[in-house]
Write a protein that binds this ligand. Structure first.
Ligand SMILES: C[C@@]1(CC(=O)O)c2cc3[nH]c(cc4nc(cc5[nH]c(cc(n2)[C@H]1CCC(=O)O)[C@@](C)(CC(=O)O)[C@@H]5CCC(=O)O)C(CC(=O)O)=C4CCC(=O)O)c(CCC(=O)O)c3CC(=O)O
Ligand SMILES: NC(=O)C1=CN([C@@H]2O[C@H](COP(=O)(O)OP(=O)(O)OC[C@H]3O[C@@H](n4cnc5c(N)ncnc54)[C@H](O)[C@@H]3O)[C@@H](O)[C@H]2O)C=CC1
Length: 194
């Protein structure tokens, strides 16, 4: 069996309801990266207290709602995805268990064995998005690879995608013909140097 069985997907976070519990250091980090990729993500944040940075970020995000309260099961209502980031492992576990009863997807920040999914390092260049995971082995390496790819991938990669999309729209013919034409024109991207 393969040792890496994670399956990445690309979520329309602006059409999904997130619950984030915990507005401290780790909660702030998770919110920052969620909004960096998905500025209109629909997030309800519940926390006994929010730190200043969290409040600042939430204020400039259109779809983040703050609730100053202790976590309660009722906050899971209407949510698709839950991120638990309180500083109490037993509360995080309770959030996870109650979310699982509702078949929700849960991430317990920094606690791989309680996660249904991991957050990854994310590189965005226009329409291109690359998500990076180390299968939980080294989040810092995911961060470094993110930084590296952000630097080496040119912004023009988005022009390439837009141009190819325009070319694809000009193609007449059946599906098979289009597949062939698109493969031909993009072949150079993977051609090995002699
Ligand atoms: C399993 C996972 C679960 C999850 O949280 O989703 C997880 C787990 C843990 N993180 C820990 C710590 C740190 N995490 C970061 C950073 C990031 N962590 C992220 C994801 C993930 N972290 C998931 C796996 C992703 C994968 O598969 O690779 C990133 C990619 C995405 C994001 O968080 O949005 C984001 C970088 C974003 C970016 O920069 O692009 C840094 C570095 C830093 O902040 O500079 C440190 C400090 C250094 C260190 O300790 O390693 C600890 C130890 C906690 C402790 O000891 O208490 C654990 C627990 C453990 O490893 O057992
Ligand atoms: N493995 C462990 O034994 C421990 C792990 N941690 C790590 O700490 C992380 C969180 O740490 P930080 O963000 O640095 O802490 P922090 O203290 O900056 O933030 C924790 C936040 O959770 C909120 N909170 C606490 N109890 C709550 C509740 N019942 N309902 C709603 N909100 C509540 C607090 O108000 C605070 O805003 C966890 O993700 C975990 O990785 C922290 C303590 C122990």
């Amino acid at each position: 069996m393969s040792k890496n069985q994670l399956y990445p997907i690309f979520l329309k976070a602006h059409e999904l309801n997130f619950l984030l519990v915990g507005g401290g250091f780790v909660g702030t980090e998770k919110l920052t990266f969620l909004l960096k990729s998905s500025p209109k993500a629909q997030v309800t944040a519940v926390s006994k207290e929010f730190n200043d940075e969290f409040l600042e970020i939430a204020e400039s995000a259109p779809n983040v709602t703050l609730i100053q309260d202790e976590y309660q099961e009722k906050y899971l209502g209407g949510k698709h995805i839950v991120i638990a980031a309180t500083n109490f492992p037993e509360i995080n576990k309770q959030i996870r268990d109650e979310a699982k009863e509702r078949f929700l997807l849960v991430n317990v920040a920094d606690t791989p064995n309680l996660c249904d999914f991991y957050l990854g390092g994310i590189v965005t260049k226009g329409n291109l998005k690359i998500a990076i995971s180390t299968n939980g082995k080294s989040p810092t390496t995911a961060k470094r690879l993110r930084q590296l790819l952000e630097e080496v991938l040119p912004e023009e990669v988005d022009d390439l995608l837009e141009n190819l999309n325009a070319y694809r729209d000009t193609l007449k013919g059946d599906f098979e013909y289009k597949v062939k034409a698109m493969n031909e024109i993009t072949g150079l991207l993977v051609e090995k140097k002699g």
